[in-house]
Design a protein around this ligand. Structure first.
Ligand SMILES: C[S@@+](CC[C@H](N)C(=O)[O-])C[C@H]1O[C@@H](n2cnc3c(N)ncnc32)[C@H](O)[C@@H]1O
Length: 258
């Protein structure tokens, strides 16, 4: 039975995904290597709340999962039977209602990340939060060489990793180097497949690209196209092309009972 409530307070971030969320599922395909890491962190949790669930990526198949998201467009693409329209900042559940809570690449969209993280702790005994550390270097070459505007957008919305760790009182932080053939098309996913960034459909599945105006993004991508055609990009990144994975600062933060 679908359980949809309208009691969220995250109107603005939901609106972003109500606008850009169509087609998300085709580009943001869950990657089995990240799925394994998240699954391990969730242990044998029987009941899981997935906050900022989107289309349901990385949910454990053997648990009873409740998906929470303020965006109706995203909830409509979620295949699960238990869906709740709400924001992380005010979860409509009892204290300790779930064995575990998960939140994957969503905290940077929350209107109040600290309140949302406190809510995860309130409603679950264990928490697994996958996020990006804005202090991490290296940055993706797209940012460095083509779109420095991304830096400002991302740094203004990603909570520093140390704050996420502190807010959750986390006991474990696991790095996730992004494999070169990573299937979940978030911004950094195509680091060794530069042509992908030329595709507007690929860019539309990343909220950062979608946030920037076309007048900024398109000229930058035309420069990338020219560099790929001339071979300049390949010459600059010869060493990168030999790597299997790169640590771009993605982290799984695990807290609570193990
Ligand atoms: C990048 S998507 C990630 C979706 C999914 N966790 C995944 O890994 O594919 C971010 C999600 O956060 C949701 N979101 C935005 N504001 C939120 C809030 N205040 N509380 C919870 N989720 C929110 C968006 O609607 C969107 O579905």
């Amino acid at each position: 039975m679908e359980q949809t409530r309208e009691e969220h307070n995250g109107a603005a971030p939901a609106a972003v995904y109500d606008r850009i969320g169509i087609g998300y599922k085709n580009v943001r395909r869950p990657d089995p290597r990240l799925a394994a890491l998240i699954r391990q962190a969730l242990g044998g949790a029987r009941t899981v709340v997935n906050v900022g669930a989107g289309t349901g990526s990385y949910e454990p198949q053997d648990a009873e999962v409740t998906a929470v998201d303020p965006s109706q467009v995203m909830l409509d693409q979620h295949p699960g039977p238990r869906k709740v329209k709400a924001g992380a900042e005010q979860l409509p559940f009892e204290d300790g209602a779930f064995d575990a809570a998960m939140a994957v690449l969503t905290v940077h969209h929350w209107t109040d990340p600290h309140r949302g993280l406190a809510e995860l702790r309130r409603v679950s005994r264990r928490q697994a939060v996958f996020t990006w550390d804005p202090a991490h270097r290296p940055e993706l070459w797209v940012v460095d060489e083509y779109l420095p505007e991304i830096r400002q957008v991302d740094h203004s919305r990603f909570t520093p990793l140390a704050e996420v760790v502190e807010a959750l009182d986390a006991h474990t932080v696991l790095p996730f180097p992004v494999p070169h053939d990573f299937t979940d098309g978030f911004q950094t996913a195509h680091w060794r497949r530069p042509e992908a960034y030329l595709d507007p459909v690929v860019r539309a599945a990343s909220s950062t690209f979608a946030t920037l105006p076309a007048s900024v993004v398109e000229p930058a991508m035309e420069r990338l196209r020219a560099d790929l055609e001339s071979g300049a990009w390949q010459r600059r990144h010869a060493r990168l092309l030999e790597q299997e994975s790169v640590d771009y600062g993605y982290r799984l933060v695990v807290a609570g009972q193990s």
